[in-house]
Design a protein around this ligand. Structure first.
Ligand SMILES: *Cc1c(COP(=O)(O)O)cnc(C)c1O
Length: 227
């Protein structure tokens, strides 16, 4: 089941890339394993998945210790991170997708033993329940990180609201892409901002069409049968 789903998802990523003349090697499939156990994550790895994501620190640490023999895996923390948990996880991950405050960045700076690849989470949709930096505060936020040598801004991340229409989702992804390009142009050493983490099971094909370089796919990998 997982192998079939993985095959379909990879194909859909390729088709979306072809539609907009992108090279599919630009898109990294990040498998979100928060809803499954270690055996499922291991199956993905055995089928060539390199990027594994969790949104909770404790579950991430558990899977990492059980899958320690797979030294090529890149671990992505995608959920909101409480400051008190930074020290437990920050040196164990390859990417953090949800940087959304200066205080969190300062804690990462303090605890990290190396430069941490971070995505800034941006609340493009303006939904009140959403985490993330407001688009009009992004420039200022990035400037405020300049002295934090362990916080390396590789790109931006967003989530579309669950009830958004396809058109709304597309507008949100387009807006994130524009923000990403505007930051990239500034050529900050601490924030090259070349990457876009957007798209989940429901909307990753739209995200790929709109320029995503990392898609975070969970449930579509594990569902039974086809739609
Ligand atoms: C759970 C989660 C995903 C994956 O969502 P699916 O709908 O299961 O694909 C992606 N990003 C974040 C931040 C998540 O928490």
């Amino acid at each position: 089941m997982i192998a079939d789903n993985l095959h379909i998802i990879r194909q859909e990523i390729q088709e979306s890339c072809a539609l907009v003349s992108r090279n599919s090697e630009e898109v990294t499939l990040v498998a979100v394993t928060k809803s499954v156990g270690t055996p499922e994550a291991e199956e993905l790895i055995q089928h060539g998945v390199v990027d594994i994501a969790e949104n909770r620190v404790d579950l991430m640490l558990e899977k990492q210790s059980q899958l320690a023999k797979y030294t090529d895996v890149r671990w992505h923390l995608i959920g909101n991170l409480q400051r008190r948990k930074v020290k437990n996880i920050i040196n164990q991950i390859d990417y953090f997708h949800a940087l959304d405050s200066l205080r969190l960045a300062e804690e990462i700076q303090k605890r990290a033993e190396k430069r941490i690849n971070c995505f800034i989470e941006v609340n493009v949709s303006g939904e009140e329940t959403k985490h993330g930096i407001q688009p009009d505060e992004l420039d200022q936020f990035i400037l405020s990180l300049q002295e934090l040598t362990n916080v390396y801004i590789v790109g931006l991340m967003t989530m579309a609201p669950l009830d958004a229409t396809e058109n709304e989702i597309r507008q949100i992804f387009k807006a994130l892409k524009q923000l990403q390009e505007s930051i990239k142009k500034l050529e900050y050493a601490h924030a090259p901002c070349t990457e876009l983490s957007m798209g989940m099971s429901q909307d990753f094909t739209i995200a790929v069409e709109e320029g995503a370089t990392f898609v975070r796919v969970g449930t579509a990998l594990f569902k039974e049968g086809r739609d």
